[in-house]
Ligand binder design. Structure first.
Ligand code: ZN
Length: 187
């Protein structure tokens, strides 16, 4: 059965689901297939490099990546229960997040990584990545653990974001209250 993805609402900073840990997927059932399709559709609708289940309000360990958005050739990748096997080097680069619109900051991440995951067909595979795609992959795996990229900022730089973070928290509260048309102003 083919699962047609729906564009889902992206949860914003302040939503507790972004601070919760996703649980491992035990079986690739209809719900997981639909989740992967929705993640893909939502990521593409926002020209994202990647998206994690938490960002659309689901706590299952599933992420999607779009290598083409990072200049790669591969088709969209779905990673279930991704685990970091190796991470090497360090590189500083600007980073942003669909759950934190209007914020981009330079942070340090490993330059290369090797990740093990399960595919949608239930096969285990290993994915060696570097550059922008490695950054995106590590960023999405962080989401599954309730970690956001701003957590890596030194306290002083984080403090400079206080106003914007407060705006996002307010927007998130309104969205959670059901006013789904509210959009935060995005710089
Ligand atoms: Zn993100």
């Amino acid at each position: 059965m083919k699962h047609r993805g729906k564009v889902r609402e992206i949860r914003l900073y302040g939503d507790p689901v972004l601070r919760s840990k996703a649980t491992r997927v035990e079986s690739i059932d209809d719900r997981v297939l639909q989740l992967a399709a929705d993640l893909t559709e939502t990521m593409l609708s926002r020209d994202g490099l990647g998206l994690a289940a938490n960002q659309i309000g689901e706590l299952s360990a599933v992420i999607v990546l779009n290598p083409r958005a990072a200049g790669g050739q591969q088709d969209i990748l779905v990673l279930i229960n991704p685990e970091i096997i190796e991470a090497q080097g360090t590189i500083e680069r600007e980073e942003a997040c669909l759950s934190l619109p209007g914020i981009s900051e330079v942070i340090s991440r490993p330059a290369r990584t090797l990740v093990r995951a399960i595919s949608l067909t239930g096969k285990q595979f290993e994915l060696p990545v570097q550059g922008l795609l490695a950054r995106a992959l590590l960023h999405e795996i962080d989401h599954l653990n309730g970690i956001l990229f701003i957590d890596y900022l030194p306290p002083l730089r984080r403090r400079l974001l206080t106003g914007r973070l407060k705006e996002l928290e307010d927007a998130s509260r309104l969205t959670l209250a059901g006013q789904t048309q509210i959009r935060p102003s995005c710089a």
